[in-house]
Write a protein that binds this ligand. Structure first.
Ligand SMILES: NC(=O)c1ccc[n+]([C@@H]2O[C@H](COP(=O)([O-])OP(=O)(O)OC[C@H]3O[C@@H](n4cnc5c(N)ncnc54)[C@H](OP(=O)(O)O)[C@@H]3O)[C@@H](O)[C@H]2O)c1
Length: 170
């Protein structure tokens, strides 16, 4: 299928803005951003911004009508059920592809999934998409951000230890 209409949530966040800027630069898509009504986020020109009440599922359903792709790049602070509700809304209106809020290690790998707590929590969204059977999921696996780990003041030695340990899990 040809993909034209793409919606992102969290499109001005740490990871979301990189995704959105890259999509804008292609000039190939009709881009929309769903954003909390209280958010002060400012989006790039040409992006249709849909601000609304996140407690209202019909806002999500309306916002997703006619969309081919839903990308979620949501903060750690966002409630876990938000993704569940978005995936349900996407299925209801037939969004073809859903990108759950991943951006970490491969939670499709059984050892990785069982060993890394944050991965275990993210697997359910792929499974929900499959269960509903209306959309397909795309999982973005970028592994840990080492510059982010640096912000946590871990030394290079510690970062290498984390990386090597993660490799041994696989
Ligand atoms: N691999 C790694 O090392 C690594 C490191 C950091 C993060 N990550 C992952 O990357 C993903 C995105 O993280 P991020 O750091 O880019 O996120 P972020 O910048 O903290 O936030 C992204 C967006 O989430 C929305 N948001 C904030 N609070 C919310 C709330 N309470 N309810 C609903 N929406 C809310 C905001 O959008 P609006 O203002 O437009 O509503 C915000 O711009 C997460 O899945 C995280 O696990 C991975």
């Amino acid at each position: 299928m040809s993909i034209k209409n793409v919606t992102i949530m969290g499109g001005t966040g740490q990871i979301g803005q990189l995704i959105l800027d890259a999509l804008v630069a292609t000039q190939k898509f009709n881009l929309s951003a769903i954003s909390r009504e209280e958010s002060s986020a400012i989006f790039p020109a040409g992006v249709t911004v849909k601000k609304g009440d996140y407690s209202n599922d019909s806002f999500f359903v309306e916002a997703l009508k006619g969309q081919d792709v839903l990308i979620m790049a949501l903060s750690f602070q966002s409630p876990p059920e938000l993704q569940t509700r978005m995936i349900k809304a996407a299925a209801e209106v037939g969004v073809a592809y859903v990108l759950p809020n991943e951006y970490g290690s491969d939670n499709g790998h059984p050892t990785m999934r069982e060993s890394v707590l944050v991965n275990a929590g993210k697997t359910q969204y792929r499974e929900q998409v499959e269960r509903l059977g209306k959309s397909s999921w795309i999982g973005i696996v970028n592994n840990p951000w080492y510059d982010y780990v640096s912000c946590l003041h871990l030394s290079m030695k510690h970062q290498l230890t984390v990386a090597v340990s993660a490799r041994w899990l696989l």
